[in-house]
Design a protein around this ligand. Sequence first.
Ligand code: FAD
Length: 393
Amino acid sequence: MSDQTGTDERVMLDAIAKWLDRDVRPHVMAMEHDDVYPHKMVEQMREMGLFGATVGQDYGGLGLSATVYSQIVALISEVWMSLTGIFNSHLMMARAVERNGTDEQKEYWLPKFATGEIRGALALTEPGAGTDLQGIRTRAAAEGDDYVINGTKTWISNGIEGGACALLVKTDPEASPPRKGMSMFIAPKVDPDTGQAHQGFRTGRKLEKLGYKGIDSAELIFEDYRLDAKRHLIGGIPGRGFYIAVGGLELGRINVAARGVGIARRALKEATAYAQERRTFGKPIGQHQAIQLKLGEMATRSRAAELLTLDAARAYDAGERCDMEAGMAKYFASESAMENAAEAMRIHGAYGYSKEYPVERLYRDAPLLCIGEGTNEMQRIIIARQLQERNPI
Ligand SMILES: Cc1cc2nc3c(=O)[nH]c(=O)nc-3n(C[C@H](O)[C@H](O)[C@H](O)COP(=O)(O)OP(=O)(O)OC[C@H]3O[C@@H](n4cnc5c(N)ncnc54)[C@H](O)[C@@H]3O)c2cc1C
């Protein structure tokens, strides 16, 4: 935990740790293997205010700093990473409105998001475009004061269980460069005022995954889905969508880094305990040098990931430029999660491969972190570009 964490925040972190031990830890194994959506835990997270964690207090949120928020994400990810996805993408949607919305939009949407009355998603990826966001094809065509949206999004976390999404579209497909013709909408499934379903917003199939179970990943299909610009076009002016999407990526990357910290730390804890229990050749395996080398590397990776994440979160909170720092944290922490999970599996021998131990789940969950919020290939490219931009000759 950071030395700069205040008393209220420590109380919150302690309360979350107790909740995890009491209400989450005993159920994770069964729910994860059966891919069950954790409705009760979601309700409990709502009661703890997690759906408003980073939303400003003026709008009913907790207004937590990235430093504290990332510690919460790491703590929860140690027990079950999937739970963090349920509020992470929701908070990215809220952040898009809070940073870029009109005053009227903030007052309308943010209190509903902060309480979790409407929970949501961030819908950027399409079947034909992930990394290359400017290649999306979902189209919003202006018709009077409205826009009519057609297209398909995929891999959207919370797509089925969520009630809305921040939806990236093209409002001017001919724009050059393409990013100038992109816009972002808040797209609800149901009109919050009337309670009536919006026609034209359909959820497709739930996608089957290697890990990250429990949380739904889905296709979203828009067919002549009509929204009025005043309430739904974030910022009220078209052409800003790409900048809104990439503007949220720093916090998104700090989130992913924090998940990596959680996985790396849990793998280390499991391996450290097992190394002292399991005996071969007359002594605990933790006394064999080969295992000690693994534990030494795992502990160092885990701590380094924690510190890089803290470094990026502090820079973010201080309002400093932190694209390189967030990229480094995301890249290193996610790779640490992968490596620590694999090493924990080796240390556990056959039991690491067993569904009766948590290590196999860490091993299945970790790779997602290398893909989401900008792949790790892209992170290294971003770091290298930044390095040269900040150090011109
Ligand atoms: C479980 C899960 C949940 C997700 N949740 C969401 C969500 O909530 N919302 C959402 O919008 N998306 C979500 N995604 C999608 C995710 O953001 C994308 O998968 C990711 O952006 C990568 O896009 P892609 O899969 O299309 O890969 P591609 O962009 O096709 O990339 C394929 C490979 O090429 C590499 N590559 C691409 N371009 C370059 C380049 N210029 N230089 C070097 N290498 C390059 C990539 O690094 C990668 O290795 C989720 C994905 C998963 C698996």
